[in-house]
Design a binder for this molecule. Structure first.
Ligand code: AMP
Ligand code: FE
Ligand code: FE
Ligand code: ZN
Length: 296
């Protein structure tokens, strides 16, 4: 099958981006300014576990005429039959018109507390391996949302590893001896929490779950039965042929297609806001219209 070229007509929108309220490097103000420079008409801020960046950006976006969408990215745990190792599934949750419920907000606050205790354990595990690193140092970078990417930056700066990937490979990733797992809900539970909280749950970058196609099909069918609404079809990690594949799959499973660059700023310098990696994506504005229609 011949893959059609990326459609570059119409307004530019991006439904997946991070600020320095989580693990991105741009402030909310810088991200809004960049979105304007790139002529984006709509942008969703989808930081991990926090709305802080979105909330700071709201008045700035309003002042510059950018249509800003509230979103968040959550981690969840998936157990596959016959495999002892859990997989991790990122769920994007969009709130295009409703406010997240108080219950959802307090659940998020608990997530941040769990994250902090995981970080303390991870700092200790690294110290036990002879690494000179403290929790204070990590939190100075990541504040309330410090996470493994902040550990990774410090490991690179101190010369324990030569790059980010190496930091995960040797110290922070699931296969590293100092790995500390963060408590997380199952994917079905997170889908339910999102729906109860007034949001629209979407499976982010499905390719990163790392499943064979038949298993992925079964798993997404299961998630759909649990209330999943959307699938991130366009993402910087999805080459055009894969975008096409997920577009068809979303149709088949009656999931709303979504898309975004997963922009993080300087930590992922090859990923550009609105256009992805080497301009591999363009998100149709109708995807956002689909999300908005869903909550009407
Ligand atoms: P945390 O939420 O603190 O456990 O950190 C998870 C984040 O670390 C993810 O959202 C990714 O941005 C990043 N990450 C996880 N694994 C890797 C990896 N192998 N290479 C680079 N970044 C990674
Ligand atoms: Fe991230
Ligand atoms: Fe993600
Ligand atoms: Zn993301």
């Amino acid at each position: 099958m011949v893959t059609p070229p990326v459609d570059v007509s119409g307004p530019v929108i991006d439904l997946h981006s991070h600020t320095n309220a989580s693990d991105g490097t741009l402030t909310p103000a810088e991200l809004v300014a960049l979105a304007k420079t790139k002529n984006l008409s709509s942008l969703a801020i989808t930081d991990h576990d926090t709305f802080e960046g979105y909330e700071i950006a709201v008045p700035l976006a309003q002042a510059s005429g950018l249509d800003l969408v509230r979103g968040i990215e959550l981690n969840s745990r998936l157990l596959i039959e016959g495999s002892a190792q859990p997989r991790f599934v990122h769920i994007l949750v969009y709130f295009p018109s409703r406010h997240p419920s108080e219950g959802f907000q307090s659940w998020l606050a608990e997530q941040r507390t769990d994250r902090r205790s995981r970080n303390a354990k991870l700092a200790k595990a690294l110290q036990d391996r002879g690494v000179n690193i403290t929790l204070q140092e990590v939190e100075a970078r990541g504040r309330t949302l410090a996470g493994r990417p902040h550990f990774a930056r410090i490991l690179v700066e101190k010369g324990y590893v030569t790059n980010f990937e190496d930091a995960f490979h040797k110290y922070l990733g699931e296969d590293a001896p100092s790995y500390v797992e963060r408590e997380s809900n199952t994917t079905e539970e997170v889908i339910d929490l999102a729906l109860q909280g007034g949001g629209i749950p979407v499976v982010a970058h499905p390719i990163r779950i790392g499943l064979a196609r038949a298993v992925e099909h079964d798993v997404l069918t299961r998630f759909k039965q649990a209330g999943l609404v959307g699938l991130e079809v366009y993402h910087s990690d999805h080459p055009p042929a894969l975008q096409q594949y997920y577009r068809v799959l979303a149709d088949e499973l009656e999931l709303l297609p979504t898309g975004g660059s997963d922009f993080h700023g300087a930590v992922k310098p090859d990923t550009e806001l609105g256009t992805g990696r080497a301009h591999n994506l363009r998100v149709p504005a109708e995807f956002l219209e689909g999300l908005r229609r869903f909550v009407q």
